[in-house]
Design a protein around this ligand. Structure first.
Ligand code: COA
Length: 261
């Protein structure tokens, strides 16, 4: 198994891998290194026939992933912002289009890019302490890793816009109620529950599982224009004063003051 600095990847004898984002001191925020290593881990998962399914989770008791790393976001401009969005879209699309099932185990905060990462997985099991949301507008930006499209497909346009525009996160039971997660389990047994769900799927016909994933995805292909619009807008927002203010305010631990410019 390859070794990573910001991820761990282990495989059970039953073919269920556990891929863990491992930056607990930063609530597993997705910086460039995590994204690069995630891409490399997907190579390892795809090329290892012993891996039949993957549970994706975050290290530590508090967070799945608390978003893209805001200290890196803050340095983006119009052009690097669009590239940033496109790279993240590509990595997360590899998860969504994988023939091996990915189950997110949402063990705490799944905000921004973390919520988008959970949405890229085929199924989501939430611990009872999970908190999920898309707070990007508080930073003067929008979800840039496919979230504007995937959230809409999972919970519908109305709820997706509510989550994105209000930036108010939801707790596990509310997430279950709107279909944002498939199941809520006590945190103490959550990883095992997610692994059990993955294991159950590995007993089904692998070609059929792959075909079901691809067929569902095929119907979503009109979203390409949506992803295009997302990356363009993300890059444009990275060049605004509001984005500089929103990210600077977070890092300085103060409320933002937006001017709409
Ligand atoms: N990017 C960079 N660092 C982050 C982060 C992110 N998305 N989320 C958390 N962190 C860091 C904090 O800055 C802090 O680092 P420090 O100890 O060096 O100051 C550390 O992780 C712990 O977070 P903290 O804010 O102290 O924990 P908390 O329990 O008080 O609050 C959250 C938890 C999730 C509510 C809060 O961290 C938060 O709002 N994070 C940002 C969420 C967000 O907007 N994500 C979308 C980004 S696109």
């Amino acid at each position: 198994m390859p070794r990573f600095e910001t991820l761990t990847l282990t495989v059970d004898p039953d073919g269920v891998a556990v891929l863990t984002v491992n930056r607990p001191d930063k609530l597993n925020a997705l910086n460039r290194q995590v994204m690069r290593e995630l891409n490399a881990a997907l190579d390892a998962v795809e090329s290892d026939a012993a891996i039949r399914a993957v549970v994706l989770t975050g290290a530590g008791p508090k967070a799945f992933v608390a978003g893209a790393d805001i200290s890196e976001l803050a340095g983006l401009d119009t052009s690097t912002g669009e590239e940033f969005s496109r790279y993240g879209q590509t990595v997360f699309d590899r998860i969504e289009s994988s023939a091996k099932v990915f189950v997110a185990y949402v063990n705490g905060f799944a905000l921004g890019g973390g919520c988008e990462l959970a949405l890229a997985c085929h199924l989501r099991v939430a611990a009872d302490n999970a908190v999920m949301g898309l707070p990007e507008v508080t930073l003067g930006t929008i979800p840039g890793y496919g979230g504007t499209q995937r959230l809409m497909h999972v919970v519908g346009k109305g709820r997706a816009l509510e989550l994105m525009l209000t930036a108010v996160p939801v707790k596990a039971e509310a997430a279950l109620g709107m279909g944002l997660v498939n199941r809520v389990v006590p945190a103490a047994e959550g990883l095992e529950a997610a692994k059990a769900m993955a294991r159950q799927i590995t007993t089904r016909g692998p070609l059929a599982v792959a075909a079901a994933i691809q067929a569902v995805r095929a119907g979503l292909n009109d979203a390409d224009a949506g992803y295009e619009a997302e990356a363009e807008a993300f890059g444009r927002l990275c060049g605004t004063a509001d984005f500089a203010e929103g990210t600077a305010a977070f890092l300085a631990k103060r409320p933002p003051s937006f001017t709409g410019s």
